[in-house]
Every structure is written in C-alpha cells, then in structure tokens.
Design a protein around this ligand. Structure first.
Ligand code: G3P
Ligand code: MG
Length: 391
C-alpha cells in the first residue's frame, strides 16, 4: 500500500543520509513544489518537511500565492500534508502533536503589504475569495476595505456582466451596503491574489486608475503614466502550476491585461505600478527576516520580546543585518520567480520538476534563470542532496 511504500521510502532515504547539523536553511515555494493546488505532492512534500522539522533544520514557506489569512493557509497545508503521512509513517519517536507547520513560517505574496496600513486608509482589495480576502486585509489593520462585490452591489451597472450570485451579494458584501461608494475616494488598489471575476475587476481597476483622485464614477482629463491612485500587485507570475499538464495564467497575466488597457486609455503611456513577490528582493528580504526568527525560535535564541513572532512585521525593503546561516537554499518550480529571485538574492537555488519547469525549457528559452545547486525530480531529492553536500 502507499502507506507501506511511504514508510519504506522514508526510512530508506533517511538511512542513506549521514546528516551533520549545519546552520543551513531552506525556503520553500508552495505551488509546484509542495502542493498542486489542493493536492499535496506525495510522499516527498510531507516527508521533507517532517524530516527538517524533526531535525530542527530551519525552513519557511515563501509563496506568490495568497488570498486567505496566513493562519488559514497553514491549517489547510497541515491538514493536507500531515493527513497523508500519519504519525506511524514518521516513526514512533516523532509522534508529537505539534503541527508540521506554524503560521509564523509562512510568507504569502501579500504578507509584506501589512506594512502599508499606515500609508493607505481606504483600500480596494482585488483577488481571492469573499469573505476571506477582506478578512485578511482587516486582519492586517487596514481601516476601510472595499471589495469589487461591494461596488457591484451598490452600482450593478458599473459592469453588467459580473459573476456574483445573489447569495454572495447578500452575505459577502459590506452591510449596510456602502452608498458612499462614489462619495469617498479610494486611496490604493491592493491586488492580493488572482481575480475570480476578471471582467468586473478589470473595469473597476481601470476606472480608478483613470479617475479623479480615486473617486469612482469620475474620469480625469489628463493622460499620464502616473495613475490617479497607486496599484500594488502581490506578484507578477505569468504562469503557475496547478497540476494541469500545462502551466496556468497567474496574477501576472491579469496585470498585463490591466497595463494594456491603461495604455490604450492614456495615449500610449505605460502604467507606473508597484509589484511585490518573487523574484523581487523586497520579498526575499522580508523572508530572510522571517527565516531568522524561525531559526532563533528553534534554537531558543529568541528573547522574551521576540517570542510572539507572528506579530513581527519586518520593514519593507530592509535586508537583515545578521547573517545567521551558512547557506540558504530556495527550492522552487518556476525559474522566472523562485530561481531568478533566489539567485539575485545570493541564495543557493534548487529547481524541481513537479511544477512549472519541464525538461527542455532551458533549451527553448535561453534567458531562463538556472539553479545554482541543481535540478531534481522532487523536493526530497533536492533537499537530501543539499543536506548531504553540507553534511
Ligand atoms: O497564485 C499562486 C501562483 O502565482 C504561484 O504560487 O506558491 O508557486 O509561488 P507559488
Ligand atoms: Mg511554484
């Protein structure tokens, strides 16, 4: 059975490794490395994370995914990853009740946007599901969070083809519906995740970028590359891996549509926008802080004030001063986000074949970033090779 296979494979792999503890650390991408949408990549994902956790080797997750609270995503991942590898499979002495993953180990694409709560008061949050995405933004501390569903509820003819059901319009929009939609400006547009109703989101975003100072229902006269209000994307992934044989459009495809429409309405001016997420260093700097906290937490180096690391919010674009690790390995499936970002940041990089990257891609596109440490069939092969190399 799979359970027996897992057990044999797991114990065989462990025997072959003679691992010395070394302050190396791992940063894992999620989609295409540990998961394929809702399906864990078995048995390698749970096996790898369980091994690292049991041997106190620090690791965190850095994903361009998002749309839900970090705590909800971690619960989802723990359910998916540990239910497929019962305690029996990971040896009796590991039979502890502590969860495989902690919320403090997760950096989602929009997690760094926590830093913007003082800069913007009333934000339009795009992407993800209702009501989860609104809860994320409110949980971060934004004062007023508007969602496209609120706008459709109060002004349905802003986009007559919206896909919201009556149930969603009643239960997931702000109650009482905000009649102020056209009376109070929106300060910024935050794109948390992929849109679920691209038509509605495209129309509303372009309306705001070309509005008079963020007021819906208005149109500015001037044409410019500077939008009326800022738009901040949580990543620019053109493609991502869902487990479908061919990679799917990501938030980056949506961004290209917005940029092209903006250009057509602004005399050819390109949109000045802001993009976070991998491959950009802003996300790697943020992740390095979180990884450092995890390492201190594991080795009980945290002082009292640092214990509540879930509340810790690194400043945007500030690299940690302490160099806590001999080496950090970024493990990803996408050369354009995970590998490029890790290489540019000075980390070792491991590319796996369980996601976007497919054999032959480097021959087709010579500009793709190559991993510094190697290409492996799956996350366990990559991580075990790295552990051996640092044995
Ligand atoms: O929306 C998720 C996708 O853009 C990629 O996610 O985990 O592979 O960075 P991930
Ligand atoms: Mg990925």
């Amino acid at each position: 059975s799979l359970r027996t296979f897992n057990k044999r494979l797991f114990s065989t792999c462990l025997k072959s490794l003679n691992i010395e503890k070394a302050p190396i650390a791992f940063v894992f991408d999620i989609d295409g490395v540990l998961m394929q949408t809702k399906n864990p990549i078995l048995p390698f994902a749970p096996m790898t994370l369980t091994y690292l956790k049991d041997n106190k080797i620090p690791f965190i997750l850095l994903t361009n995914g998002g749309g839900m609270k970090e705590s909800s995503r971690i619960k989802f991942l723990n359910d998916k990853l540990t239910n497929n590898l019962s305690n029996a499979d990971i040896g009796d002495d590991n039979n502890d009740s502590i969860k495989l993953l902690k919320t403090s180990q997760l950096v989602q694409s929009h997690t760094p946007m926590k830093n913007l709560i003082k800069k913007y008061n009333r934000v339009l949050v795009i992407g993800g599901l209702d009501p989860e995405a609104r809860e994320v933004a409110l949980n971060y501390g934004f004062n007023e969070v508007i969602r496209p569903i609120d706008i459709i509820k109060s002004t349905p003819n802003i986009w007559p083809f919206s896909r919201y059901t009556q149930h969603e319009l009643i239960y997931h929009s702000l109650n009482p519906s905000i009649s102020l939609i056209n009376e109070k400006p929106i300060d910024a547009i935050l794109v948390f995740n992929d849109p679920r109703d691209m038509g509605t989101d495209l129309q509303i975003i372009i309306d705001l970028l070309c509005s008079k100072n963020g007021l819906l229902g208005t149109r500015r006269i001037e044409k410019s590359s500077k939008p009326s209000i800022p738009i901040i994307w949580s990543n620019k992934d053109l493609l991502w891996s869902t487990g479908y044989p061919i990679p799917r459009f990501g938030q980056g495809a949506f961004r290209l549509s917005v940029r092209e429409l903006y250009k057509s309405l602004n005399n050819g001016f390109e949109l000045n926008d802001t993009v976070l997420g991998k491959p950009f260093s802003v996300s790697f700097k943020y992740a390095e802080w979180i990884l450092g906290k995890e390492w201190k937490n594991l080795s009980n180096l945290n002082n009292e004030s640092e214990l509540n690391i879930e509340k810790f919010i690194p400043d945007l674009n500030v690299k940690p001063t302490e160099n806590l690790f001999k080496k950090v390995y970024m493990v990803g499936d996408n050369p354009e986000s995970d590998i490029k970002g890790g290489n540019d940041y000075g980390w070792e990089t491991i590319l796996v074949k369980t996601g976007v990257y497919k054999d032959g891609d480097f021959e087709i596109n010579k500009n793709l970033s190559k991993p510094t440490f190697g290409i492996f069939n799956n996350v366990w092969d990559g991580v075990s090779a790295a552990l051996k190399a640092n044995g």
